[in-house]
Design a binder for this molecule. Sequence first.
Ligand code: ADP
Length: 169
Amino acid sequence: MIQVIQGDITQLSVDAIVNAANSSLLGGGGVDGAIHRAAGPELLEACRALNGCSTGDAKLTKGYRLPARFVIHAVGPIWRGGYLDEPGLLASCYRRALEIATEQGLHTIAFPNISTGVYGFPKEKACEIAIDTVQSYLTNETTSIRQVTFVCFDEENYQLYGQKLAETD
Ligand code: ADP
């Protein structure tokens, strides 16, 4: 089951929230800053031990002071015009996060709109990639995941996700 909500991902009591991290995993602004503030300093310590993460990949930590049990730190691409495999790298982030959740036997996972903040990925294209990748994973793979929540912070993304999900239902 896929759902969309508007709100702050740090508040969700799911098995894992996904972070839109940068490749250092050492903290940034936007959703990453909010997650680190809410999780407490132990999260940064755990991230330091991971030695970064490639674009298109993801890594797991515990959730520390968050209501979520785990954080899956996914590194989305910076939009540079669309000719440097940005769409493929964005799809890869969503897929890797789902694979990690499956490896852990998790049931519920929540995603922010990866790369659509300071990384500048066009929102409509990013929304299509996110939904298509999640739907195809849930259809084609054996997984423990029962619920995927897209957490939109801004109204524009919330509208885009609502429309796209209504079309594909
Ligand atoms: P990126 O560098 O991947 O673009 P950003 O954090 O700048 O990451 O933005 C990714 C998305 O996360 C944006 O759509 C932004 O509006 C959203 N966002 C920012 N804060 C939060 C939050 N607390 N909960 C959910 N989404 C958030």
